[in-house]
Design a protein around this ligand. Structure first.
Ligand code: ZN
Length: 215
């Protein structure tokens, strides 16, 4: 009897050991799969950045149509749009004569990077040109151009993850000029901080951010 019990005990121990090694194996398989996934993602991102570089090069070579195709390819395949892409796509749009699209993306770039952005000066200068060209083009003709607008994309706000609130420009106050002079109201979008989280910023672009209730 004791021998049988002993054998059962041994069996239990062996079973436990086998199950455990299966478990460990499954776990390492999972880790490997995750690692592979991350590698693939990094590889894909690398390829997209190569496309972005080649689009910039095409733009420098004044091949704006070809550059536009590549910029759009990157836009449609990247998970979240880096601010640099917003700048270059906006500039190329201006050079292509797509002024509204240019204004949209350059404005986004300036909102995201502020005055400290690497391309700030150029962005402002192209933006001004695009704005006056847009007004002129509206006077002359009303041709319908298909526009690619930033609200249809997820924008990457950078490592800080915060953007100065475009509604109050970070002042937390909104000035209204009425018949009885100026009045000031607290901005209801950024909740007294003058900053928006990246999630809220993307919602605001899409017109999905609800103003918060007054305290
Ligand atoms: Zn605000």
């Amino acid at each position: 009897m004791k021998k049988i019990l002993n054998n059962i005990l041994k069996l239990v121990v062996v079973c436990g050991w086998v199950m455990n090694s299966f478990y460990v194996q499954a776990q390492t398989d999972q880790e490997k799969a995750r690692e592979y996934q991350l590698q693939q993602e990094a590889f894909r991102k690398g390829l997209l950045f190569q496309q972005l570089d080649s689009a910039k090069l095409l733009m420098e070579e004044t091949q704006y149509e070809a550059a536009d195709k590549k910029f759009k390819y990157v836009l449609d395949n990247i998970k979240s749009v880096p601010s640099d892409l917003a700048f270059f796509f906006g500039k190329n749009s201006y050079l292509l004569g797509k002024y509204k699209q240019s204004i949209d993306w350059l404005t986004k770039y300036v909102q995201l990077k502020g005055t400290g952005g690497q391309h700030y000066t150029e962005a402002i200068s192209v933006l001004q040109k695009a704005e006056s060209a847009y007004l002129d083009s509206r006077k002359i003709e009303s041709k319908q151009v298909e526009e690619v607008l930033s609200r249809n994309y997820d924008i990457d706000c950078g490592p800080g993850g915060k953007v100065v609130c475009p509604v109050c420009k970070g002042t937390t106050v909104i000035k209204k000029t009425g018949v009885f002079g100026e009045s000031f109201k607290t901005c209801t979008y950024c909740n007294k901080h003058g900053l928006l989280s990246c999630e809220d910023y993307n919602k605001l672009i899409r017109g999905e951010l609800q103003p918060q209730q007054k305290p």
